[in-house]
Design a protein around this ligand. Structure first.
Ligand code: ADP
Length: 306
């Protein structure tokens, strides 16, 4: 270690023989940065609380993008440490990741979606994640820096529910996140947590792409009557109140639940359903958001007359 270590080993003449733990951390961060730089757009999916459909939305959005021109170019990082369920929803439950000297390779889902989940690290279905506190984050950071995603257009990150330490630490691990999609249901209780989620993203300086109201209304398959189980419109109202975009409403559809239990992405099986149509509209809005963001970040160069 150099006498006055600034934690930047690249510029240190004594880095070669250095045994300071900061060196290992620095190298890990550099590895993660390099691997993440090959992913064009990184989008986190968050919810103020659990059970509102965050993982369902992540899987179906990833699938929708893969189907709309990005086959083999989409990844999902299931970082919901406490209850990772993306592999089950996408038909990859029980898989193990392949490791090689180059790193760890994601599992391959439908349409070439690359999936990495904390679920793949668990020895058996019953085993909970037992890592705790700082050690847990250290293990996750090390794990992420070893993943070989390759070139991707989109990575969707399914964060742990809530706005506490865990989602915060994971967000901070991933460099240059493009934006956050917030999933909620319409009830007033959920609106309070959406407010927290927006504050959370703003504090981290990550733009809010918008709010999705999930489980929004239910059309009875028997009589066709529309029933507002969790109210309707709360997502739009809270988005307007907080001046963030509203991305759309996804209705309750019993097939969504059935398909995720069977490991089949809903939108590939039910192309004509209102929920799939809602997902398609949401994809368009996300694309517009990203295009606008990219235009603002790199405005077109003025043309120079010859
Ligand atoms: P979270 O990730 O927020 O904890 P999940 O995505 O795991 O929530 O969803 C919880 C349960 O609700 C799952 O069984 C899922 O299939 C179901 N679900 C989610 N969205 C819908 C919907 N729009 N219609 C019907 N069931 C849904």
């Amino acid at each position: 270690m150099n006498g006055e270590c600034d934690g930047k080993c690249d510029s240190c003449s004594e880095a070669n023989g250095c045994t300071d733990p900061r060196k290992e951390k620095y190298e890990e961060e550099q590895r993660l940065k390099l691997k993440m730089s090959r992913i064009k757009r990184k989008i986190a999916v968050i919810s103020g609380k659990g059970g509102v459909g965050k993982s369902t939305v992540t899987v179906n959005l990833a699938m929708a993008f893969a189907m709309h021109g990005y086959v083999n170019r989409v990844g999902i990082l299931d970082a919901d440490i406490t209850g990772p369920c993306v592999p089950k929803m996408i038909g990859l439950h029980g898989q193990r990741l392949q490791a090689s000297p180059a790193g760890i390779f994601p599992a391959l889902g439908p349409m070439g979606i690359k999936v990495v989940s904390m679920d793949f690290l668990l020895p058996s279905e019953e085993a909970p994640v037992i890592w705790r506190g700082p050690l847990k984050m250290r293990a996750i950071s090390q794990f992420l820096s070893d993943i070989v995603w390759g070139e991707l257009e989109f990575l969707f990150i399914d964060l742990p529910p809530g706005t506490g330490d865990e989602p915060l630490s994971i967000m901070q691990l991933i460099p240059e996140m493009d934006g956050v999609v917030i999933v909620t249901i319409a009830s007033e209780v959920s609106q309070i947590v959406v407010k927290k989620a927006v504050t959370f993203s703003r504090k981290l300086g990550i733009p809010v792409i918008g709010v999705i109201e999930n489980m929004s209304g239910f059309v009875c398959p028997k009589c066709g009557a529309e029933i507002d189980i969790f109210k309707v419109g709360g997502g739009k109202k809270i988005a307007d109140d907080l001046s963030v975009p509203f991305l759309g409403r996804i209705p309750i559809d019993p097939e969504i639940c059935r398909d995720s239990d069977n490991g089949v992405p809903f939108i590939t099986e039910h192309a004509d359903s209102s929920a799939t149509k809602a997902f398609t509209e949401i994809v368009k809005k996300i694309e517009r958001f990203l295009e606008r963001k990219e235009r603002l970040e790199s405005p077109p160069k003025p043309s120079v007359p010859e």
